[in-house]
Design a protein around this ligand. Sequence first.
Ligand SMILES: C[S@@+](CC[C@H](N)C(=O)[O-])C[C@H]1O[C@@H](n2cnc3c(N)ncnc32)[C@H](O)[C@@H]1O
Length: 323
Amino acid sequence: MRLIFFLSGEHPELAREEVLGLLGSYGRIEKLDEDEQILIADFEGERKVFERLALTHEVSQFFASCEFEELEDVFREVPILPGRICVRVRKIGKRWENLSSLELERSLGAVLWRRGAKISVSKPNYVIRVYLAEKAHVGVLIHKTNTKQFAERRPDKRPFFMPSVIVPRFARALVNITGVKGMMLDPMCGTGTFLIEAGLMGVEFAGVDVFRKVVFGCAKNLKFFGLPTNVIWGDARNLPFKDESFDAVVTDFPYLRATRSYGEDLYEKATEEIWRVLKEGCRAVLVINVDADDLFAQFFEIEGKFYQRVHKSLVRRFFICKK
Ligand SMILES: C[S@@+](CC[C@H](N)C(=O)[O-])C[C@H]1O[C@@H](n2cnc3c(N)ncnc32)[C@H](O)[C@@H]1O
């Protein structure tokens, strides 16, 4: 099935990786085109997996891509679906600032109406989506992400809180990039953001942290979400697991100077341990605030690297690593 993914404007590149990583693990996906926040791909697999996506706003079944001026022609060709239809336009980028979405929706709706479609703006059975990026992309909406859930799980709403943690929406996307179906490890789990997102998606997980207080706090957070308290007190430099025990690792290294207090060798030793406990062919998503390319490349194939500026003195690097 050919699909249009309308990606989050906050980080379209990471959103694209999430789609490809997750759907590639649950089916077969082939990227066909990209246009700003739009990704067009062929996907064969269960649609149910769309429910896991965090950085995708919507998924639509593809009808056509065209120039803006060709939209009415395309609407003369799109299949007339049974039931009530409405047209909704989503403008992406500044170039469409002066365009009235409402007028365009009306004129395109009128084309369908003249072809015999039943139009209902308030109670449609189908929404025909028009995404205006550099080109226009037309499809029928089949999935909308519940973004409210992420606000409800904000880190400061949990019983145990630490500042500067990754927000749940990004945490979920990073877990999904690994494509994990089996068991995921976070060897420096802190308050448990990655574990919570994995657990809520039905992924089995284990967490480790070097501070007892943090381990108890993380367990409290997991309990708060009704998840098993699979978190242990340990050191990421010497993990208490056999080789190749995990299908994915997602972790966020301690930032900046804080690292020194846990040993100068944390980055090196923890990276080696992550590599050791990960299964062959599986992925680790490693978050760090320095350019650790050389270190990670000693152990992994680096499949991708993305930046996220949090504030003046914190730029996160997301490394997608494959063993
Ligand atoms: C950036 S925080 C992780 C935040 C986490 N992603 C969360 O959701 O809260 C880094 C964590 O690494 C832990 N840590 C530092 N050194 C460690 C070590 N040697 N072994 C395991 N955990 C360690 C710290 O206690 C801290 O909780």
